[in-house]
Design a binder for this molecule. Structure first.
Ligand SMILES: [Mg+2]
Length: 388
């Protein structure tokens, strides 16, 4: 027997007849196969588990577990279900053969066995089994390649997201930049139109920032901008809200689903949060510290209005805050605010704001004016939102 012959494969022969076992053992060993023997179903299952043969030749009629039951158990077990089973039967009835196939056998051989037929069938099924293994290996390889590709795609997506994020973040202050602000405002606008929810916008401007830069230098000015943003972030708490650098020393806050009263509260909180930082401003004519002027506007967006109008209204409010002496919050609703409280300013507000006629100028609150803040909880005609 050559070395090549010794690698032909392992065959488990199961038969209760010693004579049959002997004949097949001698013949298949001679033909170069590794041959294992079992005389009953139970030991056949045990050997199939431990040796994992390439093919099983299985007698049907045996004491104890017969061939059918042995086959059923082999097919029911994950570690042996893929081993090809060839039945050996003296029974030639069609129903017996069909039952064997139904139980998962790949073929059958009639007894008394003819050596050439056994050899041909065993060789065929060993070849098929090798092809099956090869396909499985290729399949596993393909799966691995797909997985690697998916991982690469995931990494690429993540990198793209990071790039997109970088393109939408202001480098100095690490909040949204103007581009991101425009995207978010447009998105918030569309959602608010659809859901008929109020949308508020804050425009915040550092008072006398040019004088700050002139007196302390641009590096200090940059640090000041970063600290101002920290103060804003402390005051703007909801995940849906967006703080953005609108340009230079001007910042914007988008507050979706927020009425005017809530927006003014946030604006006041931002102003006070900055005040608490006590950033010294050597040249401010109005305070020894850096201060904020904030313009607030609110509307329930509709198809007839636009985000630009909301920006213009908030900008007008900011202008009024500056005109009114700075370090303050001014509220100017736009059209329908959807608010039940007195902050709603009926009629054509955009015109009124343009004239500066119906601007609701907020009182200049400080940390101690709790009463003014509490008043916001129960808006009334005499409250800060009362139409003038
Ligand atoms: Mg038998």
């Amino acid at each position: 027997m050559s070395v090549e012959d010794s690698n032909k494969g392992t065959i488990l022969i199961v038969d209760d007849s010693l004579t049959n076992l002997g004949v097949l053992f001698n013949f298949l060993s001679e033909a170069g196969f590794t041959v294992l023997l079992a005389r009953d179903g139970a030991s056949a299952i045990h050997k199939a588990h431990s040796a994992c043969p390439d093919v099983i030749l299985l007698d049907i009629i045996m004491p104890g577990l017969d061939g059918f039951e042995t086959c059923r158990r082999l097919k029911a077990n994950e570690s042996t279900q893929n081993i090809p089973v060839i039945f050996m039967t003296a029974l030639s009835q069609t129903s017996v053969v069909v039952k064997g196939f139904q139980l998962g056998a790949v073929d059958y051989i009639t007894k008394p066995t003819q050596q050439e037929i056994v050899l041909a069938r065993v060789t065929t099924h060993l070849t098929l089994q090798k092809l099956r293994h090869s396909l499985q290996a290729q399949n596993a390889q393909l799966k691995q390649e797909i997985q690697q590709r998916q991982q690469a795609e995931g990494a690429l997506q993540k990198a793209n997201q990071e790039l997109k994020c970088l393109a939408s973040i202001d480098d100095l202050t690490q909040v949204a930049n103007r581009r991101r602000f425009d995207e978010c405002l447009n998105l918030a606008w569309r959602i608010s139109v659809r859901e008929q929810l109020p949308l508020s916008l804050l425009l915040c401007d550092i008072d006398f920032f040019k004088l700050y830069n002139d007196s302390k230098g641009h590096q200090a000015g940059d640090v000041c901008l970063q600290q101002v943003v920290q103060a804003m972030r402390r005051a703007v708490k909801r995940a849906a809200d967006l703080v953005a650098r609108y340009g230079g020393e001007e910042f914007a806050v988008i507050l979706p689903n927020t009425h005017g009263e809530g927006a003014v509260k946030v604006a006041e909180e931002i102003r006070l949060s900055l005040r608490r930082l006590s950033l010294v401003h050597p040249q401010s004519p109005i305070s020894e510290y850096v201060t904020f002027s904030v313009g607030v506007s609110t509307t329930v967006p509709c198809h007839e209005s636009s985000p630009e109008e909301l920006i213009a209204a908030a900008d007008q409010a900011l202008y009024q805050a500056k005109e009114g002496g700075r370090d303050r919050v001014v509220f100017a609703p736009l059209g329908n605010t959807g608010c039940r409280c007195s902050c709603a300013n009926p009629g054509d507000n955009s015109k009124a704001i343009a004239k500066g006629a119906s601007m609701s100028v907020m009182p200049k609150w400080d940390e101690n004016s709790v009463a003014a803040t509490e008043e916001l909880e129960e808006p009334s005609d005499t409250g800060p939102f009362a139409s003038s």
